[in-house]
Design a protein around this ligand. Structure first.
Ligand code: TRP
Length: 339
């Protein structure tokens, strides 16, 4: 079987990540780790969603480097432009165009019901429409490529449900066009909290660590991590099952060593500081190849540009085909009035 034939048999998946600079532990555990492993099985489209990011009101002066740094992280962890399409959302204008057209089939009530919208809206006196319409752009991202499935975290399940509803409504009104995209929610990796114990790990909360951080910086962050709150003194026995540091060991520490840590924690033979030292060392070691690749890309930024340029070109080909079909189906083809 030729490569092209094989490709057409693969299911297409799409996923996006907001550009907030270098990827952090949460991005890695929740998304990138999985994405890398999906590249052989699926026809993958990976997007840095800067058009989404403008809704959170960041500093425009920082956007270009945030996008570049995330692209470096993508490449460093092993997203592979030979096997996947990797690009920046704002390079492919069809995303915002399709999002506008989807406004025609999306009930405002559905948008207002999104829990992420309700959470975000609390922070505004006057809510920007972009916060409300955010999931419409997300639906456009996915459906522009007629993606069969989307690997996302549990937090995006509701947005995916809205995407499916947009596809159903569009198909019902304008004829069969879009697939009803499946969510690919990862196997439950257990709850990973921020290093400060906050429910969410995020760069803006400062409770995570960059995947490309130097070992010393990894230690600076891991050292501060919250552990079992009941383990106050050094000889208090700990409870690994409620400890976020132990939860992280599951990703970075071999099973045998982990069992020793677990026993040492319960018996209080192993203190939290030593436990964190082991974790910090293991994180730094397992990310070492990523740091090395990132260094290469930072020294050769034009390679990153070329990857993103070629990715945008590939994406745009698919996107413009979908848009031709959509415009025709919606009657946005006035030239047809002329015989
Ligand atoms: N909203 C997603 C997030 O915050 C990012 C995103 C944008 C996305 N478009 C997407 C994810 C399309 C999956 C598919 O994580």
């Amino acid at each position: 079987m030729t490569e092209i034939q094989q490709n057409t048999l693969k299911k297409r998946i799409f996923s996006g990540m907001q550009p907030s600079g270098e990827a952090h532990l949460g991005n890695y555990l929740g998304a990138l780790r999985r994405w890398v492993g999906m590249q052989d099985e699926y026809d993958c489209v990976w997007c840095i969603v800067d058009d989404h990011a403008i809704t959170s009101g960041g500093d425009p002066a920082e956007m270009p480097s945030s996008v570049f740094d995330l692209a470096v992280s993508f490449l460093a962890v092993g997203l592979d432009p030979e096997r996947s399409t990797i690009f920046v959302q704002s390079d492919v204008h069809e995303h915002t165009e399709l999002a506008w057209l989807f406004n025609a089939v999306t009930p405002v009530g559905d948008l207002e019901r999104m829990t992420q919208y309700k959470d975000k809206a609390q922070h505004f006196e006057s809510i920007p429409a972009g916060i409300l319409n955010y999931p419409i752009l997300q639906a456009a991202d996915i459906l522009l490529y007629k993606a069969n499935a989307v690997p996302v975290g549990e937090d995006q399940r509701q947005h995916l449900e809205l995407t499916r509803e947009v596809a159903r409504k569009f198909n019902a009104r304008y004829g069969e066009t879009f697939p009803i995209t499946e969510p690919l929610i990862g196997e439950d990796v257990g709850r990973i909290l921020g290093l400060d114990g906050n429910a969410k790990m995020s760069k803006s909360l400062g409770n995570t660590v960059g995947i490309l951080a130097d070992p010393d910086d990894v230690w600076d962050k891991v050292r501060t991590a919250v552990t079992d709150p009941q383990r106050v003194r050094r000889d208090d026995p700990g409870r690994p099952e409620v400890c976020n540091v132990f939860a992280l060991h599951r990703f970075f520490t071999e099973e045998n060593a982990r069992e020793e840590i677990e026993a040492g924690c319960r018996s209080a033979d192993l203190g939290c500081v030593d436990c964190k030292r082991i974790l910090s060392g293991n994180i730094a070691t397992s990310f070492a190849p990523y740091r090395e690749r990132a260094t290469h890309y930072r020294e050769h930024p034009s390679e990153v540009r070329d990857v993103l340029d070629q990715g945008a070109e590939k994406a745009q080909k698919i996107a413009s085909e979908t848009m031709q079909e959509v415009r025709r189906k919606m009657g946005l083809n006035w030239r047809n009035a002329i015989p």
